[in-house]
Design a protein around this ligand. Structure first.
Ligand SMILES: [Fe+2]
Ligand SMILES: [Fe+2]
Length: 198
């Protein structure tokens, strides 16, 4: 399928998403582009993955399940009823099937934007971090620090986001996707090794 143009993509997303989600989407795309400029990543890929990261967020959760199952993606029992856990998986399928994205790195950046995963690429880190720090976010703690870190050491920003997310989820009793913990453990180990041997 043909890749959708930038203008077409933005127009479609404006229709598919709630106004609030659409504004967030534009903001993530802008932040991801800035991070790509800072780290020398592919600007177009960062902007497009930013635009698409929440493309499934406003779908009905049953439809998200169907989209994932049809594409052969396993949906775990705790994911099944949670739009906040399932939208990234469903979004990665839509990115390919509806918006013609073929680049595996962009697909992964969308698929893992809420949990991260061990061994993330630079683009995956950019989308994960951009989603957390875009200018419209204001409730998470340590945002001024994380925003500064994002542009000086993206790995350090990633670690801080994972840590703060786990602390927040555990304190509120919300469901923690095991992948978030797995990603944190993986990067904590790398980070500690880096600090010891630097
Ligand atoms: Fe999301
Ligand atoms: Fe988002």
């Amino acid at each position: 399928m043909k890749k959708v143009s930038r203008v077409e993509l933005i127009k479609t997303l404006e229709q598919e998403l709630s106004y609030k989600r659409f504004i967030h989407t534009l903001s993530v795309a802008g932040t991801a582009s800035s991070l790509a400029m800072c780290y020398g990543a592919d600007l177009e890929k960062a902007e497009t993955a930013g635009l698409l990261h929440d493309c499934a967020k406003c779908m009905d959760v049953r439809k998200m399940q169907k989209v994932c199952e049809k594409a052969g993606l396993t949906v775990s029992s705790f994911e099944a009823d949670s739009a906040s856990l399932l939208h990234s998986k469903a979004g990665s399928v839509l990115a390919a099937e509806k918006y013609g994205i073929t680049d595996p790195d962009m697909i992964n950046a969308i698929r893992y934007h809420t949990t991260g995963r061990p061994g993330m690429s630079l683009l995956e880190k950019i989308i994960f971090v951009a989603d957390y720090i875009e200018p419209g976010r204001f409730t998470a703690k340590n945002l001024p620090l994380i925003r500064r870190l994002a542009f000086s050491d993206i790995d350090e920003a990633l670690m801080k986001i994972l840590y703060d997310t786990l602390v927040y989820l555990n304190s509120t009793g919300l469901v923690v996707d095991p992948m978030t913990q797995k990603t944190y453990d993986y990067y904590k180990q790398i980070f500690e090794e880096k600090t010891i041997y630097d």
